[in-house]
Design a protein around this ligand. Structure first.
Ligand SMILES: [Mn+2]
Length: 343
């Protein structure tokens, strides 16, 4: 129960909604940079809940979300800070209450917005499932054992016996967060509880097949071609169970790659029989973005923090490198083989 494990958070959240008449400005709901299905889903889910309680709220993301999420109810009204910084700043400055969803350190809101949020006097509530939360919120509900922030939002509302207020729209948003952060219920952190809360979302009338089609059957041709390059040049460190995936800058330019096109590409590496670790390197203008995935106990959060300026979860982390793509790949291969062996 959240009331037992995070009593301060639970009490403050309960008071907030019980005394909602006293809130004078829209509650600001924020999530991390490069928002994914869980960031957008948990934020919009909470937004729908507030709406049906008569609480006005604004959802703001540091930059735009991937196109496969633009069907989500309420997504059109999301403030994208990068596109409209003045509007974003005004929303932060006006807010008396702010939610920090699916991130646990202000740096994850991006260079500019993190300062703006840092200066805000709003009372901040954090709901997040990443490891090692910083002390950037007044009330913190942080649990790295939870498979998604959307699940945490649902648990909170269920404990308050008020999740039915989500309605079909809010439920669809939370369901999207759950499936995208769990690889459709297959990642290790999924528990019976995940299925119980998902059942409660079904009871609210979600059309799960339609949601799956929106999220997974949304590739355009460009994405297939990029995927083709990446798979054709996959390197396998067979003995170590590591698959190395990458796309060069030239390949991305040739296909006029757009943001979000390579979302989920790293997961293909784990489809290889015997693979324990997959890494995907995307060469950018002056650096390389890296995604790490692993199975079992191999801790990619620790690995990414130690070697590639990143972090995340045990089985899913990210990082970056300012060396050339080739040097980065070489360095990764040298580091990962002994790392897998000792794990
Ligand atoms: Mn998440």
């Amino acid at each position: 129960m959240i009331n037992d494990q995070h009593p301060e958070f639970f009490k403050a959240f309960s008071e907030l909604i019980n005394q909602r008449q006293k809130i004078n400005t829209p509650i600001l709901i924020t999530a991390h940079q490069n928002p994914d299905g869980d960031a957008v889903g948990s934020a919009l889910g909470l937004h729908w809940y507030f709406k049906r309680l008569g609480i006005s709220s604004v959802v703001m993301m540091p930059n735009s979300y991937p196109k496969f999420l633009d069907w989500m109810p309420g997504s059109k009204d999301i403030v994208i800070y990068e596109n409209t910084p003045e509007k974003g700043k005004a929303a932060v400055e006006a807010a008396e209450y702010m939610f920090i969803l699916d991130y646990n350190d202000l740096s994850r809101a991006g260079n500019e917005l993190c300062d703006v949020i840092g200066r805000s006097k709003a009372v901040k509530f954090m709901i997040d499932h990443h490891v090692a939360p910083s002390n950037c919120a007044r009330y913190i509900y942080s649990d790295a054992k939870q498979p998604s922030t959307a699940q945490m939002v649902m648990l909170l509302l269920m404990e308050l016996n008020s999740h039915e207020l989500l309605g079909k729209d809010g439920a669809a948003c939370l369901f999207t967060g759950i499936i995208t952060d769990t690889g459709s219920f297959r990642f290790p952190l999924v528990t019976a509880e995940t299925f119980r809360i998902t059942a409660a979302l079904f009871d609210l009338g979600i059309d799960h097949s339609a949601i799956y089609a929106h999220v997974y059957d949304s590739y355009d041709e460009r994405r297939f071609r990029l995927l083709g390059y990446m798979l054709a040049q996959m390197e396998v460190l067979g003995d170590a169970g590591v698959s190395v995936l990458y796309l060069t800058k030239e390949q991305q330019q040739k296909e006029q790659m757009k943001k979000g096109d390579t979302e989920g590409f790293v997961n293909y590496g784990l489809n290889l029989k015997g693979a324990k670790v997959a890494a995907f390197f995307r060469e950018d203008e002056d650096f390389t973005r890296i995604s790490f995935r692993s199975k079992g106990q191999i801790d990619m959060n620790v690995f990414a923090r130690a070697h590639f300026n990143g972090g995340g979860h045990v089985n899913a982390a990210g990082g970056s490198s300012y060396d050339s793509l080739q040097d980065t790949l070489t360095r990764f291969k040298e580091l990962i083989v002994p790392y897998v062996q000792i794990a």
